[in-house]
Every structure is written in C-alpha cells, then in structure tokens.
Design a protein around this ligand. Structure first.
Ligand SMILES: [Zn+2]
Ligand SMILES: [Zn+2]
Length: 458
C-alpha cells in the first residue's frame, strides 16, 4: 500500500501511544502502562497460496481448511490473476474449455467459476480424486457438479462462501487478494501479491522488472484508492534471479517482499556467484538505509499449490496485533511488527530505539543460535555485474548485480534462546535471525529451520 506521510504519522503516533519508538516507522515496541494497557499477541498466517481457482491442486475449501486445521490464524487465498468472486466464468489458469452457446445455456442463472474435470483435451489438474476428497471431508452435497457438452464441470466456492464456511471471530480470518502473475521480456517472472483487495487488473508488462513493479503498484494505488492493501514482491529467486535487488532499491515504495517462499525457493540452490534471498534483502536495505528511505520488510510464505497429508507447513508470517482483524493486522504489517519464518518462532521481539532483544520460542529441545546481522555505514558499495548462465529448464541467462559480503554481515552471535544487540554508531540497521543447530548442516536458509525479525534502525 502507499505509505503516505499521513499514514506514517498515524502509525508513529500509535506507536508513541503504545510506548513505541515514535517517528521512525520502525517495528514498534510492545509496552504496557497501567493506565493504557496494550495487549497484543502473535497471529500466524500464510498470505500466498493457490487452489483450483488457479493452478493449485485442491478445491478452494480444502485449501482453506488445510491451513485452519493446522493452527493458522489468517490466510490469503492468493490465486493467479483472479479473485474468487461470484460472476459466472469458465476460464482460469490451467484450463480453457471451449464453451458453445448450448453449453453456456446449461449454466443460466449460475454463479462463480466452473472448471471441467480432467479430460483429454484440456490441461487441467482437477481430478475426480480431488472432488471425492472434498465430499468425504465436507459432506456429499458440498461440491456442485454439472455436465455440459460432454464435460463435467465443478463449481468453485467463492471467497464469501469460504468466509461463511471457515471464518471464526478471533480465531480464523480470511483476507481477500490475488497474485498478479506474468512475465517481462527475457522470461522474467515478476509476480506480486495484492493483499486485502477484491478487484484484479490486467498484468502490466514492461521491458524491465523495475518499471513493471513501479507501474503495477501505481495502478493498484489508483484502483484501491479507498482501501488500504499490502503489496509484496514475490519469490525474487524464481525462476532464475528474475527480480534483482536493484529493482527494489529503485522502488523504495515497495515495503514487503518474500524473503522465504517455501513453495518455490526451496528447490533452488542459489549460486555462489549470485545472491540468495537473505543477501538480496540486506543489499536492498543497505542502500535504502543510506538513502534514508523505508527499509524492505521480509515475509514468509508457502506459495502452496500441493496440499499433502501431515503437518508439512514450513513458511509463515507472524504478526503482533491487538485483534485478529484486517485493520489490526494491516497496522502491524505497516509498523513492521511481524516476523518471517522457515520453521522457527520468536516468543518475543522488542526494540526500544537502540537495543533489539529477542527470545526464541523453543518448541523442541536442542541448541539454538541467534545471529544479529546488519550492515555498517562504511560498507563496501561495490556492485558488480556478473553473467549467470541459465541452468537447464529454468530460464534465460542473466546479467545480475552482486554485492559485497559486508552487506548483511554477522554483527554478533549468541548461543542460546535469548539475546540482545545494541546498535553501534556505525550500524545502518540490525536484524536478528534465529537458527536451530547443528549449524554445520545449515549452509543457508533453505536447509534448516530459521526465523527472521525485521531490520531496525536507530
Ligand atoms: Zn508467483
Ligand atoms: Zn504463487
């Protein structure tokens, strides 16, 4: 969303009232006073997932239930280029049946998206098994089916119907949204989530991802002028270094990105001669801090398309809010009061304007480590362009910029579950990353459970 000067002051005032750090738009401090207690708690969510509304495997109710039954507090079913609205449709990502007038007549008076089940002429993952599974779980009449023109169509439940079926006050929240999906030239997949919105718009394809991102956000601000939303730059590593740090250094209005996308990034071993998402993050923030513009904040998501049995959740975002509703979550996100996870959780994150203190919510026995990472004011600004040859099946060759290891260096390490770091005069910012040992087996963020606070400035 556009974080205007007014919003900035509003958030800062709220932070100040809550005992926060005032005019820095920093993650606010959790503080309480006897006269005005601010009771906030952590809420766990996933704001990037897919169902049969686009190219996810299961029916939409299965996808929502999957997260609800695994203890999530909020989700955003963010399908590709479509919102789960009630207007009658037959096309979405993955299937394009040819509808004759006769076939269309069979759907007179119907609403929502109807997708044909897998058949020889249509590339579609929707199978009888998926339908049977949903009927078994939600009741024999829970899925509507209609035959027309020799095809068997299945009706997708709308967002409002999913809210009706699953939302519970204070317990489970569904947030509307979609993933703006498309590619720039050179096969660059530039995907962005709009979270908190119900309208979609045509993908804006520019020569360069920098312009694509800038114009997409501008178009969103115009379209959603009256309702605040979150805008995230998704999976920068996918398919092959498609969004570069430079794109988000140039677009300092973009406040959120997927630091950790477990649907996609986990399959990609970052190359030694390029960046990986954590280094991407620090590169952006080192240069943003120098320019004194808002820092980039990191989200964790599953970008889930397949929904296996068992726990299997790994990427999530946890926000600290007074209530489980969209305005409260939005406030938390805009204040940077959230963390990204790849399997671990924080019990506490506090920043008093100078010192960042964290405590790990150690659910399992084991050895934990806290790494305070950041970038010094005098860091090596060298940005080198390197040619990265495409790996088979991935994408095109790339010319990408790389950054010095002084960007996002480890400032201090604490062995244990509690630690703090006080900003030094030469620090641009500090953030904390927590990992579970043995560290030797965790060469980077993909190989072991971790969680990350947002970056904090003094
Ligand atoms: Zn995507
Ligand atoms: Zn996605």
């Amino acid at each position: 969303m556009k974080f205007t000067r007014r919003d900035f002051l509003k958030t800062s005032t709220a932070a100040a009232l809550a005992g926060g750090v005032g005019l820095t738009a920093q993650p606010q401090v959790q503080a309480q006073t006897a006269s005005q207690p601010t009771v906030k708690r952590w809420y766990k969510g996933n704001m990037h997932q897919h169902s049969q509304w686009s190219d996810g495997d299961p029916l939409p109710e299965w996808a929502v239930d999957w997260y609800k039954s695994r203890g999530y507090d909020f989700i955003c079913p963010s399908d590709h280029n479509i919102f789960q609205a009630g207007d009658l449709r037959f096309n979405s990502s993955g299937t394009k049946p040819t509808m004759t007038a006769e076939m269309k007549a069979a759907f007179k008076g119907e609403t929502s998206l109807w997708k044909p089940m897998q058949c020889e002429t249509i590339n579609n993952k929707l199978t009888q098994k998926v339908v049977d599974q949903a009927r078994e779980r939600f009741g024999a009449d829970s899925v509507r089916i209609k035959k027309a023109g020799g095809l068997t169509f299945v009706r997708m439940k709308t967002f409002d119907e999913l809210v009706e079926q699953f939302a519970e006050d204070g317990k489970f929240l569904l947030i509307p949204g979609f993933e703006q999906t498309g590619s720039c030239p050179d096969k660059r997949a530039v995907h962005m989530n709009f979270i908190g919105v119900r309208k979609t718009f045509k993908y804006i394809k520019k020569e360069d991802p920098v312009d694509t991102i800038r114009e997409t956000l501008a178009a969103g601000r115009e379209l959603y002028a009256d309702s605040p939303f979150l805008f995230t730059a998704n999976h920068p590593l996918w398919k092959f270094y498609d969004i570069t740090p430079s794109a988000l250094i140039a677009n300092s209005d973009v406040r959120f990105f997927e630091l950790c996308n477990n649907g996609i990034h986990r399959d990609y071993a970052a190359r030694d001669d390029a960046w990986e998402p954590e280094h991407f993050w620090d590169a952006v923030n080192a240069f943003r801090a120098l320019a004194d513009v808002p820092l980039l904040l990191g989200m964790g998501s599953d970008d889930r398309h397949g929904y296996p049995d068992g726990p299997a959740t790994k990427g999530w975002t946890v926000a600290r809010a007074a209530k489980l509703d969209w305005p409260s979550l939005l406030e938390a996100f805009n204040a940077g009061d959230f963390y990204a996870s790849n399997g671990l959780d924080f019990a506490e994150i506090n920043f008093d304007g100078k010192t960042l203190s964290v405590k790990i919510d150690a659910k399992e026995e084991g050895d934990y480590r806290i790494e305070f990472k950041g970038t010094k004011k005098n860091f090596d600004r060298t940005r080198k362009t390197v040619a990265v040859a495409a790996e088979a099946t991935k994408s095109a060759d790339r010319l990408i910029e790389t950054f010095s290891p002084e960007v996002g260096a480890v400032l201090e390490t604490v062995e244990g579950t509690e630690g703090s770091y006080t900003l030094k005069p030469d620090d641009l910012y500090v953030r904390a990353k927590i990992v579970k040992l043995p560290r030797a087996e965790q060469q980077d963020w993909r190989t072991g459970p971790a969680a990350w606070t947002q970056p904090y400035r003094g």
